[in-house]
Design a binder for this molecule. Structure first.
Ligand code: UD1
Length: 416
């Protein structure tokens, strides 16, 4: 199993290019199921989650072609409208196949995702929404079995704000009979990216990016080309790493408008940040100050940046209170940060982080994707060597992170 070894103490400097967004690529790959014509995508990140999703689609019968910088998915035929447990258990986002399969094939069989390290993560909203659109759904042997000759438009009010739930219903509604209105929808930028791709495929969607999305169903979608948006969480991770190491870094292919809450908090913590249309410059030359964050759905501070921000807070002057409101068990990095010398107390869903003068390198274990990124940042600022085990989590969501950080001057290497 691969590990990362980091020799802390280097100041990050230079330019780094952000890859395409994992959380936009995954639903957009599933959107290929909605049409018998090819969908050509650029800026698709090379990540394990993307490979898993492509394997899932390929098993269903979706032909795929890799060109120079793009991939084409061709779902002319769907042989197996099935997402098996073996793939869903490694990547919960496989649930995103449910809506498109049902809308296109009239049936779908998708494994129920279990709990995962960061929480229970039920999919009741995906199921209830599709039922409201006329699907007959039963659960048996750990699978969601869904049927609908043709879905019908409806108004569905989400009980909780869910990103993949919104995406699943939005995709299903593109081929439904009549108009679907999704109320209390998630507003994440990845939903806008998916909607833009669907519109290029001939879908009629308005309101994506607001909490009310209206989709007028059409009989058929067609071929399209789409460039995946830049990854805002990867962007935020580089910003936090640069600020933590008192670095001077230009993050390119970045969209600052999708990261306002993160940029505001990094500024509050003492980083100097300048933004323009496609890049963000961060200078962390002064002392870091404590800043408190509370995660919440977009546009508030993203849960996917909570762990990385906590790494920064471990060295900031004063006490930061970091409150996690989205997932019930997303503080597992705290134990590992403590092994590096951080002073953190957890009370319920809040962590009080008191800045210390220095962290010291140690062996630590990555527990989930963003916790891994948090430990990388902590390793970059800790004295001496930090070895991070179980970095397969990191490979799910960060493309060549050690190469990108090395190019910025970090002393980091992968060992088997
Ligand atoms: C997506 C992101 C993930 C991010 C999360 C929150 C993808 C592929 N993943 O995950 O990186 O951390 O949004 O921004 O885009 N919930 C229910 N019932 C449901 C669905 C969700 O109760 O049917 C609850 C969840 O348990 C959680 C909250 O709603 O507490 C938000 O979850 P959700 O937005 O659905 O997360 P994902 O879409 O799985």
């Amino acid at each position: 199993m691969d590990k990362l070894q980091i020799e802390g103490g280097s100041r990050l400097a230079g330019e780094v290019r952000v890859s395409g967004a994992k959380n936009a690529a995954l639903p957009i790959l599933c959107a290929s199921l909605l049409t018998p014509e090819p969908l050509a995508l650029t800026n698709v990140p090379k990540l394990n989650d993307v490979r898993t999703m492509r394997a899932l689609l390929s098993q269903m019968g979706v032909a795929q072609h890799d060109g120079d910088g793009f991939i084409t998915l061709d779902a002319a035929r769907i042989d197996w409208p099935l997402a098996p447990y073996e793939l869903v258990k490694t990547m919960r986002a496989s649930i995103l196949a449910l809506g498109p399969l049902l809308a296109r094939c009239g049936e779908a069989r998708v494994s129920l995702p279990g709990g995962c390290a960061i929480g229970l993560r039920p999919v009741d909203q995906h199921v209830k929404g599709l039922q409201a659109m006329g699907a007959e759904i039963d659960m048996a042997h750990g699978y969601i079995n869904a049927r609908a000759a043709r879905l019908r438009g409806t108004t569905y009010v989400f009980d909780v704000v869910t990103v993949t739930g919104t995406e699943n219903l939005m995709m299903a509604a593109t081929l439904a009979d009549g108009v679907t209105t999704l109320e209390n929808a998630a507003r994440e930028p990845e939903i806008i990216d998916l909607a833009q791709c669907l519109v290029r495929m001939g879908a009629r969607i308005s309101g994506a990016g607001s909490d009310r999305i209206v989709i007028e169903g059409v009989a058929r979608l067609h071929a399209a080309e789409h460039a995946i948006m830049p990854d805002r969480i990867e962007t935020g991770t580089f910003l936090a790493a640069a600020a933590a190491t008192h670095g001077d870094v230009v993050v390119t292919n970045a969209d600052a408008s999708s990261l306002t809450a993160v940029i505001d908090k990094l500024r509050e913590a003492g980083a100097h940040i300048d933004t323009n249309a496609t890049s963000i410059t961060v200078r962390g030359n002064g002392a870091l100050r404590a800043a408190s964050v509370r995660t919440a759905p977009f546009p508030a501070f993203p849960t996917d940046m909570q762990a990385q921000f906590m790494a920064l807070a471990t060295l900031a002057e004063g006490a930061s209170v970091i409150t996690e409101t989205i997932f019930e068990n997303r503080m597992m990095h705290v134990q590992e940060l403590r092994r590096l010398g951080a002073d953190i107390e957890v009370e319920g869903n809040a962590a009080v982080v008191r800045g210390v003068a220095r962290l010291t390198g140690a062996n630590v274990m990555a527990t989930d994707l963003r916790a891994s990124a948090c430990l990388v940042i902590a390793g970059l600022v800790a004295d001496g060597e930090t070895t991070i085990d179980r970095i397969y989590h990191l490979d799910r969501g960060y493309e060549c992170i050690e190469d990108k950080l090395s190019a910025l001057g970090a002393r980091i290497r992968r060992v088997s």
